[in-house]
Design a protein around this ligand. Structure first.
Ligand SMILES: *[C@@H]1O[C@H](CO)[C@@H](O)[C@H](O)[C@H]1NC(C)=O
Ligand SMILES: *[C@@H]1O[C@H](CO)[C@@H](O)[C@H](O)[C@H]1NC(C)=O
Ligand SMILES: *[C@@H]1O[C@H](CO)[C@@H](O)[C@H](O)[C@H]1NC(C)=O
Length: 126
């Protein structure tokens, strides 16, 4: 009986972990340059969960994640033109889609210098 409970607990935990991991990784292809996003405050650190406070994803969402979710996880003009982290650059400018023309599967306008729209670039000037 205890063994059964333990196995059940482990299975549920693994399933939850997998679902949260997949939850944010599947969104990476839904924003421009989703696989090239770096933390502007430590430029060698890749951001996996762009919409989450924890750069590795899962857990609490940041303002960009909240907006993206409220738009139904769709990259649209509202998400693109907003400046979710308040650093003076729009989400589109940060993610290499300054003209807000990107659609899933497109090559983004810019592929370099991609910073997270969830982390203010202002840390540069500190
Ligand atoms: C994120 O993952 C990397 C690599 O697996 C690890 O080095 C880092 O400590 C993690 N960061 C957080 C905030 O958990
Ligand atoms: C933003 O609006 C323009 C004009 O309607 C449209 O061409 C463009 O595809 C839209 N961008 C996104 C990301 O949906
Ligand atoms: C990266 O982009 C930001 C904003 O678009 C700009 O201020 C910064 O100078 C750029 N950095 C490099 C290395 O191009």
């Amino acid at each position: 009986m205890e063994t059964f409970k333990f196995i059940f607990f482990v299975s549920v935990s693994v399933a939850l972990l997998l679902s949260t991991t997949l939850a944010f990784s599947k969104y990476r292809s839904k924003i421009p340059n989703g696989y090239r996003v770096y933390d502007p405050c430590s430029p060698r650190k890749m951001v996996y969960g762009v919409g989450h406070v924890d750069p590795n994803g899962s857990g609490k969402r940041n303002p960009f994640g909240d907006l993206f979710a409220s738009e139904g996880y769709k990259w649209d003009n509202k998400t693109c033109r907003a400046d979710s982290d308040g650093d003076g650059l729009t989400n589109g400018e940060e993610l290499g889609d300054p003209y807000c023309i990107w659609k899933v599967g497109d090559t983004p306008t810019r592929k370099t210098n991609i910073t997270s729209p969830g982390i203010s670039n202002k840390c540069y000037s500190k």
